[in-house]
Design a protein around this ligand. Structure first.
Ligand SMILES: Nc1ncnc2c1ncn2[C@@H]1O[C@H](COP(=O)(O)OP(=O)(O)OP(=O)(O)O)[C@@H](O)[C@H]1O
Ligand SMILES: [Mg+2]
Length: 249
């Protein structure tokens, strides 16, 4: 469904030049669950931004269902956000003055879709928040706020969900609950590309892509329950595959 071909992203010029992505290529197929890992500054958010139309690549192509989307302007990208790609952020980005229900209804109102309240209520049920619809973000826990953000991402029935450290602000238990929710969405047929620093989360993905200095330095296929022991400290990853230890930094 999605192909990232030789994508590079360069910020700034001269001495301020930063190569945030360098010749990154991979595919996201229907039903995939890909975790993106790598040290801070390795280009993870930049990669997600380029896929999600929040930033342009300097070179390379992003192809969604056979069509290039990397060169679309904001107006043309609206149609894609409407029903193909949704974004979930670490900081939730909910509007504080609106209730959970109103936050989830927002994209539907923007898109001029009907039955927005009914659809939003369904989504809040789906993420386990049917009993919190009238709460404002400040009255919800971090995990609950992230569920609202996920419900908001889902109302337009996207086929691909991009998530940038969605469990980054949570304790372990809440992070596991949110991971469980993403796994359920994946089982229901949505493809997921998730940036995470947490090896416990990444080992539940079907594939792990590891970035360093803007390059993919490793791809680990975990399909068929073939999970690896992924360990991380902030700058070093080591992955135990079939008793062979590959140190990748
Ligand atoms: N708008 C920008 N202008 C200039 N440089 C940028 C910009 N955005 C990101 N960068 C640089 O690009 C590199 C990649 O940044 P990015 O945010 O993608 O890293 P990351 O892997 O998401 O890191 P973290 O784990 O800390 O979130 C970094 O060196 C960063 O300083
Ligand atoms: Mg980031």
């Amino acid at each position: 469904m999605l192909e990232i071909k030789n994508v590079s992203k360069i910020y700034g010029q001269g001495t301020a030049k930063v190569v945030a992505l360098s010749n990154v290529s991979f595919r996201v197929d229907e039903g995939d669950f890909i975790a993106i890992m790598g040290p801070s500054g390795s280009g993870k958010s930049t990669l997600l931004n380029v896929i999600g139309g929040l930033d342009y690549p300097s070179s390379g192509e992003v192809i969604l269902d056979g069509k290039r989307i990397d060169n679309l302007d904001e107006n043309d990208f609206v149609g894609i956000r409407r029903n193909k790609i949704a974004y979930v952020f670490q900081q939730y980005h909910l509007l504080p003055s609106l209730t959970a229900l109103e936050n989830v209804m927002l994209p539907l109102i923007f898109c001029g879709l009907e039955k927005e309240e009914e659809s939003a209520l369904d989504m809040l049920e789906e993420v386990g928040l049917g009993g919190r619809t009238e709460h404002k973000p400040s009255q919800l826990s971090g995990g609950e706020q992230q569920r609202v953000a996920i419900a908001r991402a889902l109302v337009n029935s996207p086929s691909l969900i991009l998530a940038d450290e969605p469990t980054g602000n949570m304790d372990q238990e809440t992070g596991r609950e949110i991971l469980g929710l993403f796994q359920q969405l994946n089982k229901d047929g949505r493809s997921i590309v998730m940036v995470t620093h947490n090896p416990d989360i990444a080992r539940h993905a079907k594939e792990i892509i590891i970035l360093q200095d803007g390059r993919i330095i490793n791809k680990i296929d975990q399909k068929g329950g073939n999970r690896k022991d992924v360990k991380e400290d902030s700058t070093r990853f080591s992955i135990n595959c079939d008793n062979t230890k590959h140190s990748v930094v």
